[in-house]
Design a protein around this ligand. Structure first.
Ligand SMILES: [Zn+2]
Ligand SMILES: [Zn+2]
Length: 271
């Protein structure tokens, strides 16, 4: 069990069910996805980090299940209700036509250059695991004692401040930035059209440059790791809702108490 800040804990299956049946804000998700300049694939992971998965999916608990055959977001939600995943994601790749790459055989892992591929949304991922904590040590040290994904509020707040600094830095290069609380850390999405078109070489160079100053996950920015947590979905390891934030929200943002990111099943229990 990973150690987490106060009030955060693994979601139970029945809580995931309640969330995806009643609380997932599909309209807000639709608005979020409006910036996408093509078609989007989704993905889910049944229970890789928590070990908790629906009985019928225990065998594929650690797998990434791709959702690329759906008619609308209502249907995507039905997949989430069916699988009750620990985590839900979208593929940052932008497809002209999802059905073209459904047949290309590369399972969307290496679709750069495919006829159905238009580009990839650029994103930056900052997590507390990449931050050194004076109490619990470096991420590597925490990994050694099986706490690789565990974190404390000190590491979280350090990641939060780093995210603001990175946002300010990126503002010099990009004009359309979005900020998301991911459940553990933060994502910055650069939605400028030019960023969609960056080559893999350009991404790699940018990732390396940024990683020198900020604790980002280089793989996400470089494009190797193309899945990003789905806004408005439930992060089943911490029982928090992944939500977009404004940069002005950041100074006082505390995921332990912020109502916007606390799912109903935790609010009900407090009363
Ligand atoms: Zn392809
Ligand atoms: Zn710590």
């Amino acid at each position: 069990m990973y150690r987490l800040p106060r009030g955060m804990r693994y979601s139970k299956l029945e809580e995931r069910k309640e969330f995806y049946e009643n609380e997932l804000d599909v309209d807000a998700l639709r608005r979020w996805l409006k910036h996408r300049r093509g078609q989007t694939a989704f993905a889910l992971i049944p229970g890789r980090h928590t070990g908790i998965a629906a009985l019928e999916y225990i065998g594929i608990r650690d797998d990434t299940v791709l959702i690329d055959d759906y008619k609308n977001l209502g249907e995507v939600r039905r997949y989430l209700v069916q699988y009750l995943p620990e985590g839900a994601y979208y593929d940052r790749n932008i497809y002209r036509d999802l059905s073209v790459c459904a047949k290309c055989g590369k399972k969307r892992r290496n679709c750069w250059g495919c006829p159905g591929f238009l580009g990839q949304e650029l994103a930056f991922d900052i997590d507390p695991e990449n931050v050194k904590c004076p109490y619990h040590g470096t991420g590597e040290e925490r990994m050694k004692i099986g706490q690789g994904l565990g974190f404390c509020i000190y590491a979280f707040n350090k990641a939060r401040r780093k995210t603001v600094a990175l946002y300010r830095e990126l503002e010099k290069q990009f004009s359309d930035l979005r900020l998301v609380y991911s459940g553990r850390g933060f994502h910055i999405h650069a939605l400028d059209e030019k960023a969609d078109k960056f080559t893999r070489m350009e991404r790699k160079a940018l990732a390396r440059e940024i990683a020198e100053k900020y604790p980002i996950d280089e793989w996400v920015t470089a494009g190797e790791s193309r899945l990003i947590r789905l806004p408005y979905s439930l992060h089943g390891m911490v029982s928090r809702i992944c939500i977009p934030l404004e940069i002005e929200d950041m100074e006082n943002f505390d995921p332990r108490t912020d109502e916007r990111c606390i799912p109903g099943f935790l609010k009900a229990k407090e009363k």
